[in-house]
Design a protein around this ligand. Structure first.
Ligand code: NAD
Ligand code: LMR
Length: 338
């Protein structure tokens, strides 16, 4: 039943591929449900779970699910990180601390920057050809951190690194569907920019139900844009000190991974928003930007431009760029100095 529901939401249903996925931070609030969703995906043959604590237990539990993929858990002892990564084709990284009420994602930088740096070094050493999807916040800075580490190791390929921003798409689509009284599976809102506050830019005018709200304008539109940009805060507040979005994030990352795997298995035209090294605003000093990206078996194959924006969306992009530039520079500097 669950698998059927998931397949209706965009997961692959036939198995043509043979993909080995590793989750780094697999014991966490995101890691566990993400590993479970991967275990259910017929395109996955192996789910390696790595964490500094408890990953063998998570994998033992997963291994009792009667799907064909293998789940194996590793900790830091006995070269566990190397074993978890060797042979991996997709590495998803939700390792790191989540927010508490009152914190911004940037407040996580001091802890998560070094975690992402060190895990990216391991990726460079043990599976340099893998596609890396960064979930750990602040994504606007952790993706450039990972890129700089991979560059230093001489293995960086911009086709194979992305920040996972699909939760913004999932949220925006859910919120718009709610307002329009539609089934969320029929509403797909593109969200571009980055992954925090004003860097999150929903392109509502490009989706029928969103366009109707844009047309209406006023407080309804302002509230919707604010809710999409600050949706993460809603969950942080409701969890009241126990962390941030985990289940919706695991779902969003599993859908993103499924898109990568479908592209890997030869499906053409697989397109979804992702935060990647992008030419779109390089002339303004913004080297990474989330927009619609088409993937093929080698990773990123086409970065789409933003299409037609209405005046309010152009304003949002204008507000996004300086903040995003600052966040990216912070990540780049961290690797240069550490
Ligand atoms: P969590 O604390 O529940 O889990 C994090 C896990 O990472 C823990 O199990 C911890 O042991 C592990 N970990 C820490 N250091 C590690 C290391 N060096 N190697 C391997 N594992 C390590 O947190 P969570 O709720 O799962 O969130 C994880 C991260 O994801 C946070 O930074 C959060 O802000 C971010 N996040 C991002 C998005 C997004 O849209 N990109 C959405 C939600 C959360
Ligand atoms: C989210 O958007 O839910 C995540 O980035 C977690 C957070 O800190 O809000």
């Amino acid at each position: 039943m669950i698998a059927k529901h998931i397949s209706q939401r965009g997961f692959a249903t036939s198995s043509k591929s043979n993909v080995h996925v590793t989750v780094l931070g697999a014991t966490g609030g995101i890691g566990q449900p993400l590993a479970m969703l991967l275990k259910q995906n017929p395109l996955v043959t192996r789910v390696n779970c790595y964490d500094i604590r408890g990953a063998p237990g998570v994998a033992a539990d997963l291994s009792h699910i009667n799907t064909p993929s293998v789940a194996e858990g590793f900790g830091p002892d006995n070269n566990g990180l190397e074993k978890a990564l060797k042979g991996s084709e997709i590495v998803l990284i939700p390792a790191g601390v989540p927010r508490k009420p009152g914190m911004t994602r940037d407040d996580l930088f001091n802890t998560n920057a070094s975690i992402v740096r060190d895990l990216s070094k391991a990726v460079a050493e043990y599976c340099p050809k893998a596609f890396v999807g960064i979930i750990s916040n602040p994504v606007n800075s952790t993706v450039p951190i990972s890129a700089e580490v991979l560059k230093k190791a001489g293995v960086y390929d911009p086709k194979r690194l992305a920040g996972v921003t699909s939760l913004d798409v999932v949220r925006a689509s859910t919120f718009v569907a709610g307002l329009a009284n539609k089934d969320p599976k029929d509403v797909n809102v593109t969200v571009v920019g980055g992954h925090s506050g004003v860097t999150i830019v929903p392109l509502l005018s490009q989706q029928k139900d969103g366009a109707a709200i844009v047309q209406e304008g006023g407080q309804k539109l302002a509230d919707l844009v604010k809710r999409i940009q600050f949706g993460g805060d809603e969950v942080v507040k409701a969890k009241d000190g126990a962390g941030s979005a985990t289940l919706s994030m695991a779902y969003a990352a599993a859908v993103f991974a499924d898109a990568l795997m479908r592209a890997k298995s030869g499906e053409s035209g697989v397109t979804t928003p992702a935060f990647v090294e992008s030419p779109l605003f390089k002339d303004q000093g913004v080297d990474y930007f989330a927009s619609q990206v088409t993937f093929d078996k080698n990773g990123v194959s086409k970065i789409h431009d933003l299409g037609k924006l209405d005046a309010s969306e152009q304003k949002l992009v204008d507000a996004c760029l300086p903040e995003l530039k600052k966040n990216i520079e912070k990540g780049v500097q961290f690797v240069a100095q550490n």
